[in-house]
Design a protein around this ligand. Structure first.
Ligand SMILES: [Ca+2]
Ligand SMILES: [Ca+2]
Ligand SMILES: [Ca+2]
Length: 413
């Protein structure tokens, strides 16, 4: 980030002393300043001298350079001729040190190695800023400084599986120019003349596919799971090979057959469930999801996590779930969730508000990313389902989880 913003970070201690000296002696041209940005010490060039009245907005974000300067803390003073006097770096740190939390640790590291140069840095005069006048989005969180309540602190946090880049995103499956994001039970539509077995996977194999994706992801990213899927080429997975793999796994994690009409009792009420007769499946049962994976791969313990322990309130469940997902994704392990019967989830095309599928219930998917926006208060899950990368709102999932919905984490330690 330092490179992309033209800044210089304190933790780059190999050249820090030189950097400071360069800043001291090479940036004395007109309108050059050093600032403490969201990434560290950075040299900036404004389109005009920093004054209260020139109205210059170097980065064009609607805030003048002066608006982006911290004039409230009293750090800036004026001399007798009315010229502004910038505070020293030391004074800024002394006054606002807590705010610059990212500086503190880097500075401590620097002090140990380059103490002799410290006075150059401390005596340097810098404009105290509220946001970077040369970057419309100072902290890179997607909110421009003119609307960002904390322009120097990122308001969006993201936890992702670590192979999430353009080419090998999650489990990429190739088919004649098409790319899929994990497997798709829909590939079994009418396959092999609609044999019963394939029909079951088509209608009820989402749990089987979700398990396949988790194992394939582990093989892709963790040497301990080399060969676990038996896919012939894990580096370039084809749809044909993945279909065979799903069929193999369906022996361990089978969608179960069901009568077309079935009564179930929930909370004293009896419901008659009518399945379209051609479906004939209840999908993958939670117990079989767990035991099937553990039997196929004894290195994995599958935990069904109860986030509703003792009827906890929503905010607790939300926090618990977020923490669990963040921890697993940080360890580069997907989390599988199931929306139960009578669940009702809406999926959106990745990164948009465009509906991909509505009223989803009785469905298993894998979580690959959790994004939390502290400004809107929204948390968004990225999931793999039907071979697609789509989004699901966290609150909506938790509120419409349905009967028998659940969260499954994979303990691989
Ligand atoms: Ca500006
Ligand atoms: Ca921002
Ligand atoms: Ca921010």
């Amino acid at each position: 980030m330092a490179t992309s913003t033209g800044g210089e970070l304190f933790y780059d201690t190999t050249n820090f002393a030189n950097d400071v000296i360069n800043h001291m002696y090479s940036n004395n041209g007109a309108n050059y300043y050093d600032i403490i940005s969201a990434t560290g010490l950075k040299n900036i060039h404004l389109n005009g001298k920093l004054t209260r009245s020139n109205g210059i907005d170097t980065d064009g974000d609607g805030l003048t350079d002066w608006d982006e300067t911290d004039t409230e803390s009293g750090l800036i003073t004026w001399d007798q001729s009315g010229n502004i006097v910038l505070p020293t770096f030391a004074k800024c740190i002394e006054t606002e040190g807590d705010k610059y939390f990212y500086v503190k640790s880097d500075l401590d590291g620097f002090i140990n190695g380059y103490a002799n140069y410290l006075h150059y840095l401390y005596n340097k005069r810098i404009p105290p800023i509220k946001s970077d006048p040369t970057n419309p989005d100072s902290d890179g969180d997607g909110y421009n400084d003119n609307v960002d309540p904390r322009p120097l602190i990122s308001d969006v946090t993201k936890y992702s599986l670590s192979n999430s880049n353009a080419d090998t995103d999650f489990v990429t499956i190739y088919d004649h120019g098409n790319k899929y994001y994990g497997g798709d039970q829909g590939w079994f539509d009418n396959k092999d003349n609609n044999k019963d077995y394939n029909n079951l996977i088509w209608h009820g194999g989402c749990g089987t596919v979700a398990a396949c994706n988790v194992l394939a992801y582990l093989e892709l990213t963790n040497p301990r799971f080399a060969g676990v899927t038996n896919l012939p080429n894990i580096g370039h997975i084809t749809k044909d090979d993945y279909i065979k793999y799903i069929e193999r796994m369906a022996n361990y994690i089978p969608p179960i057959t069901a009568l077309p009409v079935i009564p179930i009792t929930i909370g004293g009420n009896t419901y008659i469930i009518n399945l379209p007769s051609e479906n004939g499946t209840w999908g993958v049962w939670p117990d079989e999801f767990i035991s099937g994976i553990e039997k196929y791969c004894p290195k994995i313990n599958v935990n069904c996590v109860n986030i509703n322990d003792g009827g906890r309130e929503f905010s607790y469940r939300r926090k618990y779930f977020s923490k669990l997902v963040a921890e697993n994704l940080s360890h580069n392990v997907p989390v599988t969730i199931c929306t139960g019967l009578f669940g009702n989830n809406t999926y959106y095309y990745y990164g948009t508000n465009v509906v991909y599928k509505k009223e989803v219930s009785a469905h298993w998917v894998d979580i690959t990313e959790l994004k939390t926006d502290n400004i809107t208060g929204k948390s968004t899950l990225t999931i793999s389902t039907w071979g697609q990368k789509v989004n699901l709102d966290l609150d909506e999932y938790l509120m419409n989880q349905g009967v028998g919905g659940g969260i499954y984490e994979f303990d691989i330690t």
